[in-house]
Design a protein around this ligand. Sequence first.
Ligand SMILES: [Zn+2]
Length: 320
Amino acid sequence: MSTIPNYVMQAAALPTHLCDKLDKINRDFLWGSTSEKRRLHLVGWSKIIRLKEEGGLGIQAAKFKNLALLAKLNWRLNQEKESLWAKVILKKYCSTDRMRAKDPDKLPCSPNWRAIKARFQTFADGICWGVGNGERINLWSDSWIRGCSLRELIEGPLTQREIDMKLSELFLDSEQGWKWEALSFELPVSIKDRIKAIPRQLVGRGEDVIMWKRSKDGEFTTNSAYAWLNGSQQEEVNFQGQWIWKIDILPKIINFLWLCMHNSLPVRSVLAMRGMTRESCCLLCNNSSETISHLLKVCVAAKDFWFKLKIPHEMKWHGV
Ligand SMILES: [Zn+2]
C-alpha cells in the first residue's frame, strides 16, 4: 500500500503535510487504528521505516521516498540528455534568455520542472564526478577529488572568477599536468598530491561523468538514495534480528518475532514502562516482572509449555 503514491511522487514534490498524512495512513493501517478507535502503536515510526536488515519493516517514509524519486529524475535528466523529454525540458527551462531573466525562479514553469529544481540539491549532494575534459565540473563546489569538493578541503575567500571556474581551466593543454598558476593563491602540497593522484578518464578529452556516491558501481538506485536520506536522520542502528526475515514461516509469526526483537510486545513491563499500567508482576506465576523474556521462556508456565511441546534439545533461542 505504501507504494501507491510512487507514480505521483516520481514527478512532483509533495508538500510536507501531505507526506505526513500518507505516513499516518500507513501507520494506522499497520497497527489497525481507525478514526473511531486508536490502537497501540507498538514500535516507533522511525524504526519501522528503516531497512529490514536494520530492524525496520521496509516501509518507506513518504518524504524521503519523494526526495529519492526526484533525485532520480535529476539523475535521468543528466544521463538522458539526448532523449526527447530531456531535450524539451532543457530547451524550455534552461535557455539563455531564461537564465538571464531578472528573477528566473518567478517565471512560470511546469510542476515537473519545479520538482526537478526543488530537489536538485539532494541530487547534487549525492553525486561525485569522474574527471574527463573538466568542462562540466565546477572547480570549487563539485565533488571531483575522490568524492570531495575543493571547497571542503580548503577555506578562504575566493574571487567571483574563481567561484565560477571550471576544472578544465586548471588543465594544461598538451599533457596531464595541472596549471596551478591559474589560481590566485598556492594550494597546499597535500591537496596538490590528492589532485595529482586522480586519473583523468580519457586524458582530458572524454566527457566528465557523474557517479552516484551511495552505490558501489556509481549507478543511481532509488533504494540507495532512500537509505542515504533516511539514514542521515537516524541514530546508530544495532539490530540483531536479521535472521527473522530468513526463516520460512507464516508472516504473522515473523511479525510477532519482530515485535519481540524491538521489546515491544504489550506485556506488563512494557506497558508499565510506557505509563499505561502500574502493575508489572507476572499473572501466571506472581513471582517476577512480566517481561517478554520472562513470559516466553523463564516463567514456570512457559517452561511447562515448551517441555510439553518436546522441543529438541539442540534448538536454541535466538536472543528472544
Ligand atoms: Zn511468570
